[in-house]
Design a protein around this ligand. Structure first.
Ligand code: NDP
Length: 300
C-alpha cells in the first residue's frame, strides 16, 4: 500500500513515521517537500499535483496551522492550511478512491457544560483556529471522500516543546507558579494518536465494506484533568525522581482562565467522549497519566 504522509515532522507526524512504517510504502513530506513533490499545504495546486503524481491508496494529513494565538491575526493563512488544503486533499482522494485520515480538535466546540462531547454534538468554535479546523472538517465531508477525521486534544510529545517541559523549567527557575485550573481535558500523547491511527488504517483498508467506518471520531487518552492538575502530576513525578524544583507540586497556584489572558479564547470543557472510537475499532484508550509518565521517563 502506498501512503502519503503530510506534516512528517510535527508531534503527530513524527510518531506516524514510526507507526505507519510497517503498513506499506510511506512517502513522508514536510513543508519543504522532496524529490519534486510538494508538501506545503499553502500551495494548493502543488499539493493536488503531488497527490495525482503519487496516486497513493491512503493520505494521512498531520500538517496543520497550530499556532492558536497567532491565528487570530492570520486568519487567511490558517484558513488556507486548515480548511482549503484538507478540502483539496479530500477531493483528490475521492478522485483516486483513496482513504484520507485527518486530524481535528476539541476547539471546534464552544467548551460549555461539563459533559463529554460526542461526535455529533453541535459545534461552536471560539477562535479563528477552531473555525479553520471546523471548516476543514466540512470541506472533507463535502468532498465525498472516504475519510476518517480524528478529533484530539492537548497533544504532547517527548520531542520538541511541550507543556510538561515548560512546567519543569518554570518550577526549577521560579518561586511561584500559577496554572489555569478551570479548563478540563485529557492530555494525549502523539504516540497514542499515531498507534491508534495505524490500527484504524488496518481496519479501513482490510475490512470488507469498510465504507461504513468513514466519519468523525474522538481520539484522546481517557480520564480528565485541568492544566493545573496536569502540572501537579508532572512536578510530583519529577520530584519523585529526585529532580530539584523550587515549586512543590502542592504549591502550584490554581488560577482562572481570565487571570491568564491570551489572544485566542480557550474552551473550558475539552472533554471528548471516545466511546464511538473504542466501540467501532475495538480499542481501549489508556488513562492520560500512563502516556505522560512514559514521556517524563524519556525526558527526565
Ligand atoms: P504540530 O504543530 O506539532 O505539527 C504541525 C506540523 O504541520 C508541523 O510540522 C508544521 O511544520 C506543519 N505545517 C504547518 N504549516 C504547514 C504548511 N503550510 N505546509 C506543510 N506543513 C505545515 O501539531 P500536532 O502534531 O500537535 O498536531 C497534529 C494535528 O492534531 C493537527 O491537525 C492539529 O490541528 C491537531 N490537534 C493538535 C492539538 C495540540 O494540542 N497540538 C490539539 C488538538 C488537535 P513547521 O514546523 O514547518 O511549521
Amino acid at each position: 500500500m502506498k501512503i502519503l504522509l503530510l506534516g512528517k515532522n510535527g508531534q503527530v507526524g513524527w510518531e506516524l513515521q514510526r507507526a505507519l512504517a510497517p503498513l506499506g510504502e510511506v512517502v513522508a513530506l514536510d513543508r519543504q517537500g522532496a524529490d519534486g513533490l510538494c508538501g506545503d499545504l499553502a500551495d494548493l495546486d502543488g499539493l493536488a499535483a503531488t497527490v495525482r503524481q503519487l496516486a497513493p491508496e491512503l493520505i494521512v494529513n498531520a500538517a496543520a496551522y497550530t499556532a492558536v494565538d497567532k491565528a487570530e491575526s492570520e486568519e487567511s493563512v490558517a484558513a488556507r492550511i486548515n480548511a482549503e488544503a484538507p478540502g483539496v486533499l479530500a477531493r483528490e482522494a475521492a478522485a483516486l478512491g483513496a482513504w484520507l485520515i485527518h486530524y481535528s480538535t476539541d476547539y471546534v466546540f464552544d467548551g460549555s457544560g461539563q459533559s463529554k462531547w460526542q461526535e455529533d454534538a453541535p459545534t461552536g468554535p471560539l477562535s479563528v483556529y477552531g473555525r479553520s479546523k471546523l471548516d476543514g472538517e466540512r470541506a472533507i465531508a463535502a468532498s465525498g471522500a472516504r475519510a476518517v477525521v480524528l478529533r484530539t486534544s492537548w497533544v504532547y510529545a517527548a520531542r520538541g516543546h511541550n507543556f510538561a517541559k515548560t512546567m519543569l523549567c518554570l518550577a526549577a527557575e521560579r518561586d511561584v507558579l500559577n496554572v489555569v485550573a478551570d479548563q478540563f481535558g485529557a492530555p494525549t500523547g502523539a504516540e497514542l494518536i499515531a498507534d491508534v491511527t495505524a490500527h484504524i488504517i488496518r481496519q479501513v483498508t482490510n475490512q470488507q465494506d469498510s465504507h461504513s467506518l468513514a466519519g468523525t471520531y474522538h481520539l484522546t487518552a481517557s480520564g480528565e484533568t485541568s492544566w493545573h492538575g496536569f502540572a501537579q502530576f508532572v512536578l510530583a513525578y519529577a520530584s519523585q525522581k529526585g529532580i530539584a524544583l523550587r515549586v512543590a507540586p502542592e504549591r502550584i497556584g490554581a488560577i482562572s482562565t481570565e487571570a491568564y489572558p491570551v489572544p485566542a479564547p480557550r474552551p473550558h470543557n475539552s472533554r471528548l467522549d471516545v466511546s464511538k472510537l473504542e466501540g467501532t475499532f475495538k480499542l481501549k484508550m489508556p488513562l492520560w497519566q500512563q502516556g505522560v509518565q512514559r514521556m517524563l521517563d524519556e525526558i527526565l
